[in-house]
Design a binder for this molecule. Sequence first.
Ligand code: ATP
Length: 265
Amino acid sequence: MKLAVNEIVVAVNGIQIVNEISLCVRRGQFVGIIGPNGCGKSTLLKSIYKVIKPKRGTVFLDNVDVMKVRPKTVFQKMAVVGQFNDMNFDFTVLEMVLMGRTPHKQLLESDRKEDYTIVHEALQKVDLLDYADRSYSTLSGGEKQRVILARAIAQQPELLVLDEPTNHLDIKYQLQLLSAVKSLKIGTLAALHDLSLAALYCDVLYAVKDGEVVANGTPEQVLTKDMVRHVYNIDCEIYNNPVNGRLAFAFHPNGDCSREGSCNK
Ligand SMILES: Nc1ncnc2c1ncn2[C@@H]1O[C@H](COP(=O)(O)OP(=O)(O)OP(=O)(O)O)[C@@H](O)[C@H]1O
């Protein structure tokens, strides 16, 4: 499996939101996209999973031209966990996760025993097996997020696209969700806000500012004080986390670089 995104340009009302972004995800790689609010992460991801048609550029999943083929062909290989997961109709948790099987079925084909086994395993992975009969609409934001991940897992994708997947989750479930994703050993592309989690889970990072990639490489190459200041306009100290040995971040209070005297110490 290889996702190849080449020079994607997305413009809305004449304003360029994504500016010639290229990136690559290979089998087993966890690739993170970091950058401040509004820098274009979701817009880029939406153009990769066919919700937005870019003005220019290509997205290939192996030899499949994502822009040109029908959605079913794409979603047999790609699963998505978006940022907002509310539904207009109510379903049980089991029904929600069963929907992950849809790209693998013919029209009106009924669910088979094998589908239920896959769904049970997916619910187990996100620690929600006991919730199978609960109504989705009654779940907390974090529980909904985990159901949507279970649905994506049940899809048995080769590539998982996640838009801020740890939104709504407490720290235990942030770690559980990212560990569950990592254990799938498939290609993953995730927009992430938490730099420590990005350092802990990602093999490769792309830092985005104003719709452009300004740095890419391993977390150690990308997550520098200069990058954080340039991209987020804030000062920080970076150290090795004594628990996991990965990079950790301490941000300066009042560390907005635009404030007088707060930067360049
Ligand atoms: N359909 C649209 N019409 C107008 N502006 C849009 C549209 N879609 C996105 N934008 C703007 O494009 C910019 C990038 O939005 P996007 O959601 O991609 O950012 P993001 O990096 O995912 O942000 P966040 O971290 O806050 O989720 C924002 O300023 C947003 O307001």
